[in-house]
Design a protein around this ligand. Sequence first.
Ligand code: FCB
Length: 494
Amino acid sequence: MKMIRPIAAPYSVQPEAQATTDDTRNNRDAIRLFALLISFQGSVVNSTVQFPSVRDFPAKFLFGAATSSYQIEGAVTADGRGESWWDVFARTPGNIRDGSTGDIACGHYERWAEDLDLMKSLGLQAYRFSIAWPRIFPNGRGQINAAGLDFYDRLVDGMLARGIVPYATLYHWDLPQTLALEGGWQVRSTAKAFADYTEAVVRRLGDRVARWATLNEPRCSAYVGHLEGRHAPGMQSLEATLRAAHHLLLGHGLAVQAARRVKPDVSIGIVLDVKPYTAASDRSEDEAAAIRGDGIFNRWFLDAIFRGQYPEDITSDYAAAMPTIEANDMATIAVPIDHLGINYYTRSVVRQAASAAYPQLEEVAVAGAHYSTMNWEDWPEGLRNMIVRIHQDYAPKAIYVAENGAAEPDVVDGDGHVHDDARVRYLSGHLHACVEALAAGAPLDAYLAWSFMDNFEWGRGYTQRFGLVHVDYATLRRTPKDSAIAFRDFLATR
Ligand code: FCB
């Protein structure tokens, strides 16, 4: 692994700091700053953060936001939706920090048109949503539920009518409970069921969805669900984790093949969560700990998808727990894809923890850094570094930021505004990082903020607010935060 080197560019400079370089640019910057200060509904965005220019991005670059079905839809029994393992996991006492479920969430299933109107008013160009498998096949496979497909059909048409480009994710963690009872991702048959479900959805929506992703974050599905036990199905077994990880990736490969059978020119890929591991010191033990962390988190999935193999250092560490890998599995997993979506939030600064269990590492806090309410460091350099590294080491045809954002303790003030300055800084910093990745030659073509609106943050329930738009869970009222307004104003300069 290449060790991460800090980069020099300032991410949140005062406008004055650049005032002597280029007059034209300064005028543009002044106009942008002015636009930032004059805000939505008369609110004042209290920020000296300087966004990059939207003209620093290629003309075809798309900006938007992302959500996922279970986190926003609610309506878990509407129109024939089957049960998901997240319904079961969330209602099991002790699993969700605030005792909540996704039963209502943001009420998006009923409010989808209003939500698309709001996206349009903010100038969002693309929207990444996910399809709830249990709405399409209530039992995971077999009888299709037409009403479920109709919902996404209306949603996609609603986006197109508003000029918003649809990015669809086929699996953002809400597995049908019937498949969970058969063994979930621990069994190969779920990979096959996923391909059949993909085929049905692409057959119906493939003529209108611009970009498909098979899975969202197979690493998170496998590890957080089967090793850490914090997500459905709530297990703590390394063997189960590695079986699930392998079958998820196999399902991805089979789904890409299935999608191409019904629509040969489909644009399809996968979304991976990526995170730089920085050694806390230059001691060789700490550097080795960072390499292990990187191998488990990043290389395991990237090597499988782009090279058709799992990384040797980690497979040898995992030797006793490795799953059964059948003859063609790795070739199926490495089927060429059209693009890679990456979800980037933060980095891990680690040192060796000799007395801890494998991978024997512990995280170290960075003095002076800003941490979100998730306790995640705001570190935009990592986004630039990961994009450039993935471009150099794996050469995907196209890369897009499928999720990026921060949870902050947002409150609606007496005037009905949400002054989320930390998120404005986070957004600006990460957009600058995208500009740098583009300058380094990476084929980056979209940036999607996580999230369009506050939502059900899995095991943390409604305690974490990631939205550009605030949601009042008592009334389901949506309020664009200052970050949404800053994003809108940034986009308006195109
Ligand atoms: C990612 C998930 C997304 C959301 C963000 C904060 O891992 O894909 O659903 O929970 O984290």
